[in-house]
Design a protein around this ligand. Structure first.
Ligand code: ZN
Ligand code: ZN
Length: 421
């Protein structure tokens, strides 16, 4: 498999400048989820130029390109395209100064603070290389450019818009993410990779009264405080110490005056988990606790629990991950390895799951390797290395883009390599 990858990657020198230019342009022109019109138009135009069968506007701004070359497996590779409402402070010559109107109608700064511009640039580099080396592989290639990953609704938007009917059923699906590891590094792991994320809004009901007359009230502020304390015990006291999960109450709102007991309180919380059983357990436990605390307070009404957003867990198929791990180690040598379990979340897996396709997600590093080594030496990685979503997140262009492009080639060829390559 190395030989075939090497043959395709012979073209890398010839397209490097184009990929880098495309990346800088994307970075300077970020677009919020479901508004990726400029990005998707550019992507579609290039794919057409290189002979891909292109369908655009799927789920709003999603694009797919299909390239068929005889019998063989079908491989789907996905890149996300959206940026974040973050004001860039990197000081890079190609930094974003863009603002846009968000879904609530507010004018916000926009930045590629999660590196999705890296993903798009690498996927285009990959698409170009594969189109130019069709004697090396056989099968069907599906490159998928997804909108609105950050809002968790882009994969679903493409699926609801008939994605499954528009492409051949893939035998395997891949996605990659640039993360705060040294640039040049590629890391994969079998099983759990990214957490599930569930955000809830819980409204607790009491009975309002004068601040001096608590006997006439059911105080929702006290009830909310009891819930906050009780909910801390779900992870710490009900789950095994070896089962990772996070429960964070990020927002608590009640009342507006020191001498008025309000009639309701609102908690907003976020749960991270890595498997369906834990996820269901924690979400059920939250409901059990807030209902019981409400009852214990003598609340006049049951609490209401509203789901604000949800991301599935990203769990890599063990066989696919093993095959990829071998291919990455054969190509990248010591720069390939494993990565820690990540607490971030993704909606990518909704696509292969809806198509019944096994999948694998991997990480590429984006931090200058010397800077990373220095921070490691000083023990200050957490303080000195900007992470995704930080206004200072600035992947180094190389070797990040070469590595991301090569990783896609190596992965695809681990399935599409023709017998004689
Ligand atoms: Zn992100
Ligand atoms: Zn991201």
């Amino acid at each position: 498999m190395t030989a075939a990858a090497d043959r395709v990657l012979e073209g890398l020198d010839g397209i490097r400048t184009q990929v880098e230019d495309f990346y800088r342009d994307l970075h300077a022109h970020p677009e919020l989820g479901l508004s990726e019109t400029r990005t998707s138009a550019r992507v579609a135009e290039r794919l057409r130029e290189w002979g891909y069968q292109v369908t655009d506007g799927i789920g709003g701004t999603g694009v797919i390109g299909v390239l068929e070359r005889g019998d063989g497996p079908t491989v789907l590779l996905r890149a996300d395209m959206d940026a974040l409402p973050v004001k860039e402070i990197t000081g890079l010559p190609y930094a974003s100064t863009v603002t846009a109107t968000d879904r609530s109608g507010n004018e916000v700064p926009v930045m590629h603070a999660c590196g999705h511009d890296v993903h798009v640039a690498c996927m285009l580099g990959f698409a170009r290389l594969m189109a130019g080396a069709q004697d090396v592989w056989q099968g069907t290639l599906v490159v998928l450019f997804q909108p609105s990953e950050e809002n968790g609704d882009g994969a679903d938007a493409m699926l609801s818009d008939g994605l499954a009917d528009g492409i051949p059923r893939p035998d395997v699906a891949f996605a990659q993410h640039v993360l705060p590891y040294p640039a040049g590094y590629v890391g994969v792991r079998p099983g759990a990779f990214l957490s599930a994320a569930d955000s809830l809004r819980i409204t607790l009901y009491g009975r309002g009264a004068h601040g001096s007359m608590p006997q006439a009230a059911v105080d929702p502020v006290v009830l909310a405080a009891m819930c906050v304390v009780r909910l801390q015990t779900v992870v710490s006291r009900e789950l095994s110490p070896t089962t990772p999960a996070v429960l964070t109450i990020g927002s608590i709102t009640a009342g507006s005056s020191p001498n008025v007991i309000p009639d309701s309180a609102v908690l907003e919380l976020n749960v991270r988990s890595y498997d369906g059983t834990t996820r269901t357990y924690v979400l059920d436990a939250i409901e059990r606790c807030v209902r019981a605390e409400s009852e214990a307070s003598g609340a006049p009404k049951e609490p209401s629990i509203e789901k604000l957003s949800e991301f599935p867990p990203t769990r890599n198929d063990a066989d696919v991950a093993e095959r990829l791990d071998k291919a990455f180690r054969a190509h990248f040598g010591e720069s390939a390895g494993t990565v820690d379990l990540q607490t971030a979340s993704e909606d990518f897996s909704e696509i292969p799951q809806a198509l019944g396709t096994p999948f694998c997600y991997w990480a590429i590093g984006g931090i200058d390797p010397d800077r990373y080594a220095e921070a490691e030496r000083k023990g200050t990685v957490n303080q000195d290395i900007p992470v995704n979503h930080s206004p200072a997140f600035a992947p180094v262009i190389q070797p990040t883009l070469d590595t991301g492009t090569s990783a896609l080639v190596v992965a695809a060829l681990a399935w599409l390599e023709s017998g004689d390559a």
